[in-house]
Design a protein around this ligand. Structure first.
Ligand SMILES: [Zn+2]
Length: 90
């Protein structure tokens, strides 16, 4: 989990308001999505396995390599984190 977040920290770009309008795309604030991280990981707060887990999108943090980084709240325990678009199951 820590490694996954560090990758996001290092390469992230913040967005202008105009860019925000174009990248939010198919997801909006308040949407509940099902996610699955590419690596095996556990919630840092409650240790739930982060596989096919539910989260609510609470904001857009920025963009990394063309993918949107969202702020989310995990449904397991309310833990707040950021999540890359490719970890959301379509
Ligand atoms: Zn949790």
């Amino acid at each position: 989990m820590a490694e996954h977040l560090n990758i996001i920290e290092n390469g992230i770009s913040e967005l202008t308001d105009d860019q925000l309008d174009t990248v939010v795309g198919g997801y909006g604030i308040g949407d509940t999505v099902t996610c699955s991280l590419t690596a095996i990981a556990y919630c840092p707060n409650c240790a739930a396995l982060l596989k096919n887990f539910k989260a609510t999108i609470t904001g857009v943090r920025g963009v990394l390599k063309g993918e949107t980084i969202y702020w989310v709240t995990y449904h397991c325990c309310g833990h707040k984190s950021s999540l890359i678009e490719s970890d959301i199951l379509r």
